[in-house]
Design a protein around this ligand. Structure first.
Ligand code: KIV
Length: 271
């Protein structure tokens, strides 16, 4: 029996066993109760309450504006919906960089006020102190390397990261550092597949890729992107499983039409 099918609740230990068993880990984002309920029923192992909520829920251009209070609001709605998946929450921009005490306070607020199971932080050596302090409080930490959207104004663009040897070497060192610090997993975003495969072999903790090829230990996609709700975003790595945006638009148009024609409500739809 596979590790994932015999696990009633996914824990960080289950994820580690899945890697050692060669079982791939499936992760999706969610930001609200209704969607998280469906996502959890699908059998995903992890639900990420990503700061991509800033884009897909609030309509901001970047992930930078979302606040800790807003992340806690989204996370607590997700936690109320789930029965099996491990819920991981992004620490938003400005709540952990440069001040490890503030990082710990932010992580504690997420855990206490939302009931989530772990936090995710973007970056490598530059945030080591924050990671250490959060881990020392017993809070599981997921790392995030490669394209880290909270640093978009430093990168200047959303193109593939670590194509050059120097950056690739640094990424491998950062991944090893995150493992040594005690992180339970690492997201690898938009880096060459070969490099992601190499990192995944060199660390014992699971790697979860987005735009990082198939040599990683698991995959993550933003729910609104894979369902086709966000239509203007179509990077090469994105597989759309549904055109929900079009289907919703057609349903809403049909409703408007029915109201105007007094076709809705009909005899059976009234008291
Ligand atoms: O915020 C997010 O959704 C993420 C994923 C893209 C990994 O960090």
């Amino acid at each position: 029996m596979s590790v994932h099918s015999k696990s009633k609740r996914v824990t960080t230990q289950v994820l580690r066993e899945m890697k050692h068993n060669g079982e791939k880990i499936a992760m999706l984002t969610a930001y609200d109760y209704s969607m998280a309920r469906i996502v959890d029923q699908s059998g995903v192992d992890c639900i990420l309450v990503g700061d991509s909520a800033s884009n897909v829920m609030a309509g901001h251009e970047t992930t930078l504006p979302i606040t800790l209070d807003q992340m806690i609001y989204h996370a607590s709605a997700v936690v109320r919906a789930i029965q099996r998946a491990l819920v991981i929450v992004d620490l938003p921009f400005g709540t952990y960089q440069g001040n490890s005490k503030e990082a710990l306070q932010s992580a504690i607020r997420i855990m206490k006020e939302s009931g989530a199971h772990a936090v995710k932080l973007e970056g490598g050596r530059e945030i080591r102190e924050s990671i250490d302090r959060i881990l020392s409080a017993g809070i599981p930490v997921m790392g995030h390397l490669g394209l880290t959207p909270q640093s978009i104004y430093k990168f200047g663009t959303y193109v593939v990261r670590a194509k050059e040897e120097e950056e690739a070497e640094q990424l491998i060192e950062d991944a090893k550092m995150l493992e040594a610090a005690g992180c339970f997993a690492i997201v690898l975003e938009k880096i060459p597949a070969k490099l992601a495969g190499k990192v995944s072999k060199e660390v014992q903790i699971p790697t979860i890729g987005i735009g990082a090829g198939s040599g990683v230990d698991g995959q993550v996609l933003v729910l609104h992107d894979m369902l086709g709700i966000t239509q203007e975003f179509s990077p090469r790595f994105l597989r759309r499983y549904l055109d929900l945006g079009d289907q919703m638009l057609n349903a809403c148009r049909q409703y408007v039409d029915d109201v105007r024609k007094v076709d809705f409500p009909n005899e059976n739809e009234q008291y």
